[in-house]
Design a protein around this ligand. Structure first.
Ligand code: FE2
Length: 450
């Protein structure tokens, strides 16, 4: 399957004229070519590549990583990345922060924010990153950044890659078209996309201003969690992950290349589009996934399972079972447990929990305040749980089967404490009264009534 590309020499292709195409599977050894015969057969690096292309390997893991974590792709491109290079200078990183970044000392409290409003001024994807938290140390390849993106203009003749981490996109409002070196990915709210470290992109708006969340993963690449006794099916099924077919820009026009490296945003001028990969093969590539295809597994008799049961993707650490990041969702599902307090339980956690809401109502926060586009942070060993409204309702509800519908919340859960950025501490979107929501929980204790 190929994507037809207008071969332009003066401007990037017109988006509306091109349809994205995908291949199914997670971490497969994919192969795809936008021109027939562009992909070498039987070898990676022939003496001369078809069409005068250059061969380039992109290594997402050390060469000697075990097979289960070894990731690399071979790209056949008009010019190698070394040719898409110039004199880099520091650019204004705006509100994008990279760990370690301790800008403020917040009071010890759970935190929650209203949605960050999308401003009217022009903001590209790179300009529109608003960091909320950072954790760990990007230079040590451990931890993450939790960001909100606010985008009001498409990137034009501008390209970007992130050397500090891979980026998990969680759109909340507005669709995005991600032009990547590997092909085109379209995403809408309800879907996610993952752009691996080092993959060049250009981000276009599809239908107006966009807002969403980014998990910038400094650690091991996101992968599917083990399913243990659940077996071979359910949760996120590999066939529902989609990787783009090859599509390229043959565009010779003044362009800018931005690179985030070492927590610094760098910028240079180049004379062409670096999205010039005509064919590629390998298992290191961007992908998308529709969260509405997630097949949740949960309690079918009693009690509320740990939220790890809803893990979509995990970034493992060196310690088994201790994730650098778990990406967890709370989506449509039936609640059927008998004699059970069905919402999430009250909790203190060695991991730290950043949450966002794409749409609907999250079942632990029915009392208002956690709204689509908003977010919360329940940091390492800080208490949290249902608000008073959710507790009282769930404690007295008739326990017939009940379907949670039209809801999609998510969590970036990391083993590291999360540092709040100065922006997140100072924005009017911060809910100053959230910290004491737990104080509203009434006393019900009566020693005479067992
Ligand atoms: Fe929790």
């Amino acid at each position: 399957m190929t994507v037809q590309n207008p071969l332009s020499t003066t401007a990037p292709p017109v988006s509306s004229a091109i349809q994205a195409g995908y291949m199914s599977g997670f971490g497969n050894g994919f192969e795809t070519e936008a021109l027939p015969g562009a992909l070498p057969l039987g070898r990676n690096s022939p003496q001369r590549c078809a069409y005068g292309l250059y061969a380039e390997q992109l290594s997402g893991s050390p060469f000697t990583a075990p097979r289960t974590t070894n990731e690399r792709s071979w790209l056949y491109r008009i010019r190698p990345t070394a040719a898409h290079w110039g004199q880099f200078r520091k650019a204004d990183a705006g509100l994008w922060r990279t760990a370690p970044a301790r800008e403020v000392d917040m009071p010890l409290a759970p935190l929650r924010w209203d949605p960050i409003e999308i401003p009217a001024r022009p903001l590209s994807f790179v300009e529109g990153i608003h960091s909320i938290t950072t954790a760990g140390d990007a230079g040590s390849q451990a931890g993450m950044g939790a960001h909100v993106y606010l985008v009001t203009r498409s990137m034009q003749d501008e390209y970007f890659y992130n050397a500090d981490g891979e980026m998990l996109f969680v759109p909340q409002q507005g669709d995005l078209r991600l032009w990547t070196e590997f092909g085109i990915i379209d995403i809408e709210p309800g879907e996610i996309a993952v752009i691996p470290r080092g993959v060049k992109i250009r981000v276009e708006l599809s239908n107006g201003p966009a807002r969403g969340y980014i998990c910038e993963n400094y650690g091991g690449a996101f992968t599917l969690p083990e399913r243990g006794p659940i077996g071979a099916n359910c949760m996120a099924n590999p066939r529902d992950f989609l990787t783009p077919v090859a599509a390229y820009e043959d565009c010779e026009a003044p362009s800018k290349l931005f690179v985030k490296w070492g927590g610094v945003l760098w910028q240079t001028e180049i004379d062409r589009s670096p999205l010039d990969v005509v064919a590629w093969h390998g298992n290191y590539a961007p992908y998308k996934y529709d969260l509405r295809k997630y097949s949740p597994v949960g309690p079918v008799l009693y009690d509320h399972a740990d939220p790890s049961i809803f893990t979509v993707l995990t970034s493992p650490s060196e310690t088994p079972g201790t994730a650098n990041i778990d990406f967890v969702i709370f989506s449509d599902r039936w609640l059927v447990a008998e004699n059970t307090f069905r919402p999430p339980w009250y909790h203190m956690n060695v991991m730290s929990e950043f949450m966002g809401l794409v749409y609907g109502v999250y079942d632990a926060k029915t009392g208002g305040g956690f709204v689509p586009g908003g977010m919360s942070l329940h940091n390492t060993m800080l208490p949290h749980g249902p608000d008073m409204d959710a507790f009282e309702k769930a404690s007295h509800a008739e326990l017939k089967p009940h379907k949670l519908e039209g809801t999609l919340a998510f969590m970036f859960e990391t083993r590291f404490p999360q540092q709040v950025t100065a922006f997140a501490a100072e924005t009017p979107a911060l809910q100053r009264d959230y910290a004491l929501y737990g104080r509203k929980l009434a006393r019900h204790f009566d020693p005479t009534k067992p």
